[in-house]
Structures are given as structure tokens and as C-alpha cells.
Write a new protein. Structure first.
Length: 210
């Protein structure tokens, strides 16, 4: 099976693209969904985080205080690395299991840190990057999450640079337009990936789609 790694910067539109592929009947294994499952009370990921960071990351009900942790990790690179070290092996294992059980010509692994984490990059045959200008990312973050401009810029600065992400791409999908254009581009990529899967040439020259 052809395995596509879907990634992109925060607020680039990865979730919308993953949903559009799912509408096409493509199996999607989502690293964010796995991370949420792994950090529920009693789950292995939450145990690993508490072991690494202490009980201060929990709310009064013993659940992970996601909003508070999110603010802290984007302000503290050392803390972010400790969180990643605790969760990434578990998420990678979940991605591998999900891809192994997926059925169809190809599957999507949606992974925000695909470029940053070699172990997850090794799971896929091609990398699809959802891209948009930084100014648009900032505007979306501020609108979606209520971040100040300074907070939004700090989040972007904590991620791999846009040019490094694009350099790792086999295929690039520009998400600077409306949702109809994005869905149409996903439809064209779906056809392209079906061709690759049928032909067995997973490394064929990719596309940049508006």
C-alpha cells in the first residue's frame, strides 16, 4: 500500500485536507487523535507525561490540562522536548499500527511533526505538505485560538521553518484560497495517488497544486 505522510505548519489546514481525503474513502491515521487518546486518564501517554513532568500538568479532575500545557510548551523549548520524548514513541507506534491495518490503494498518515521526527517520516512513502503564507497562518491562529500576535508568532517560531518543510515535500498543496479550491485540489491529488498506487512507482515526480 502507498502511504502518504500529510503535514504542514499550524493553521495551514491539515485537518481540513485530511477530512477531504477521508470523504474520498481514503483511510486516515491521525497523530493528533492518537495523542488525545494516549493522554486520557489512565492511558499510557498521560502516565508518561506525569512521570516526566509531574502532576502539575493535571487539572483538578486528574485530566491533562491541555490549554495550560500548550501555552507552556511553546514558551519553553526544553519542556517541549520533554513532552515530545514522552509521547512521540507512543504516537509513532500507533501510526505504524494504524497504517498496517488500513485497507485500500493508499492511506494517509496526518502528522504535524512529520518532518521533525525521523521515526515517523520513515513510516511513509511520500510527504504531502499543506502550505500557506505565514501571514495567513498568523491570522488563522489569532482568529481560531484567540492568540495574540506575539503568542502566534512564538508558536510559529517553535516549529520547523516553512522552507525546510517545503524542501522535504514530494507534493505541495497550497491552501491560500477558499474551501472549494482546497477540496478540488484534494480531488486531483486523490487521482494522482491512485495512479501511483496502481503503478507501483511511489517516487514519481510530485505536484504543486493551487
Amino acid at each position: 500500500m502507498l502511504k502518504i505522510g500529510l503535514t504542514g505548519g499550524i493553521a495551514s489546514g491539515k485537518s481540513r485536507v485530511a477530512a477531504a481525503f477521508a470523504v474520498q474513502g481514503v483511510p486516515v491515521v491521525d497523530a493528533d487523535a492518537l495523542s488525545r487518546e494516549l493522554t486520557l486518564p489512565g492511558a499510557a501517554g498521560l502516565d508518561a507525561l506525569v512521570h516526566a513532568l509531574g502532576t502539575g500538568i493535571l487539572d483538578t479532575q486528574g485530566r491533562l490540562d491541555r490549554a495550560a500545557l500548550r501555552t507552556r510548551v511553546f514558551a519553553d523549548a526544553g519542556l517541549r522536548r520533554r513532552v515530545e520524548a514522552a509521547l512521540h514513541p507512543l504516537v509513532t507506534a500507533g501510526l505504524r499500527a494504524g497504517l498496517e491495518t488500513a485497507r485500500g490503494p493508499y492511506a494517509i498518515a496526518s502528522v504535524p511533526l512529520l518532518v521533525e521526527v525521523p521515526a515517523t517520516r520513515a513510516l511513509v512513502d511520500r510527504v504531502l505538505v499543506v502550505d500557506c503564507p505565514e501571514a495567513l497562518q498568523l491570522a488563522r491562529l489569532m482568529s481560531r485560538d484567540g492568540d495574540t500576535e506575539a503568542e502566534a508568532r512564538a508558536i510559529l517560531a517553535a516549529q520547523v521553518p516553512r522552507d525546510a518543510r517545503l524542501a522535504a515535500a514530494d507534493d505541495i498543496l497550497s491552501n491560500a484560497g477558499d474551501l472549494a479550491a482546497l477540496d478540488a485540489a484534494v480531488g486531483r491529488l486523490h487521482g494522482f495517488y491512485l495512479e501511483l498506487a496502481a503503478g507501483g512507482d511511489f517516487r514519481r515526480r510530485g505536484k504543486t497544486l493551487p
